[in-house]
Design a protein around this ligand. Structure first.
Ligand code: NDP
Length: 312
């Protein structure tokens, strides 16, 4: 089943995708957005959002995504619930095949498939997500003013998150499964100099502890020392899991240039990928900031760059 060729196809429906859709629609590019399997993206898993500009009062992540969707539709975006399973950028127009069997053809393509935080895979972690367990210190750190928190991981993200959290928390304990960090030395130096941060080496979090509904909140973590196998309970109010992110780029590994961590490479300062006419925006290309507002900014850039490409 093949559809007509449209000027711009957007894959993914997070802040980057919706913002690209709003700008592309306003440029009269009649964008078609393919939602993906988790419409709304990572913000659908977030509760309180306090750092998206324009809202003085706290808003909810899913509500923000509904509003973005409504705005994109209102501007004239065609929204299709489907999941792209194959992309061919060797053909012009580009061809994307959906799970539905439908073929979508477009002159320009904006990829906004996002990334997913990696989680430990504990049942208790799932239970307390949004209730003390977080994957983003910049988003949720503020809620832990003068409280004790833990950060799990040993890479750049974990160390940066721990440093960031010292602005709010009274004590940050970094729990790492080995006896050295893989984070850059300059970040490690900052961390070791900060007396609000403690490190628990050779330690694994086995369970996140806390109260049950209607008092769902974290009270501590059960930690196993991997040398001695001894288990201890560490009281804390917040758990920040920082063990890496997985950009959703499986569809593009052989057709676009990716970096060593599988993020889509773009020309610096732009959203242009290694294939002219294909643009990448949001967390699928950004491993540094990973914020809704930066994703939205990149979505805007992708739409404007797609418009300029089509004008050429
Ligand atoms: P990394 O993959 O670099 O680090 C993940 C960390 O989590 C590792 O220390 C790893 O342990 C640990 N880990 C992984 N799985 C588990 C698990 N199941 N249980 C416990 N611990 C686990 O991810 P990052 O997100 O830190 O960084 C990804 C990339 O992004 C890197 O290239 C990084 O440099 C870059 N980045 C750059 C930033 C910047 O430039 N400002 C900011 C943030 C990230 P182990 O070490 O034992 O494998």
């Amino acid at each position: 089943m093949s559809s007509e060729c449209v000027p711009v196809l957007i894959i993914g429906s997070g802040p980057a995708g919706y913002t690209a859709a709003i700008y592309a629609a306003r440029a009269d590019l009649k964008p078609v957005m393919i939602s993906g399997s988790e419409p709304g993206g990572q913000l659908m898993w977030t509760t309180d959002v306090e750092n998206y500009p324009g809202f003085k009062d706290v808003i909810q992540g899913p509500w923000l995504m509904e509003e973005m969707k409504a705005q994109a539709l209102h501007m004239g975006t065609k929204f299709i619930e489907d999941r792209i399973t194959r992309v061919d950028v060797t053909k012009r127009p580009f061809e994307c095949e959906g799970e539905s069997g439908k073929i979508y053809k477009s002159k320009a393509l904006i990829i906004a498939t996002g990334a997913q935080a990696k989680w430990l895979g504990l049942e208790s972690e799932e239970k307390f997500r949004g209730y003390g367990v977080s994957g983003c210190a910049v988003c949720d750190g503020f809620f832990f003013k003068n409280k004790e928190v833990v950060v799990i991981g040993g890479g750049n993200t974990a160390v940066e998150e721990a440093l960031y959290l010292t602005r709010h928390a009274s004590l940050v304990t970094v729990i790492h499964r080995r006896d050295s960090f893989r984070a850059e030395k300059i970040l490690q130096d900052k961390l070791f100099k900060n007396d609000k941060i403690k490190v628990l080496w050779n330690s694994e979090v086995e369970e996140i502890l806390g109260g049950d509904d209607p008092f769902l909140h974290v009270t501590g973590v059960c930690v196993k020392d991997t040398d001695t196998q001894k288990r201890t309970t560490l009281p804390c109010k917040g758990v920040f899991v920082a063990i890496g992110h997985r950009p959703q780029t499986d569809l593009f590994t052989t057709i676009l240039r990716l970096d060593a961590h599988n993020y889509i490479e773009v020309e610096p300062g732009t959203t242009k990928t290694s294939v002219p006419g294909v643009f990448a925006a949001g967390d699928v290309t950004d491993k540094v900031y990973r914020q809704a507002v930066t994703a939205a900014g990149l979505g805007c850039m992708a739409a404007l760059e797609a418009a300029a490409y089509l004008d050429e």
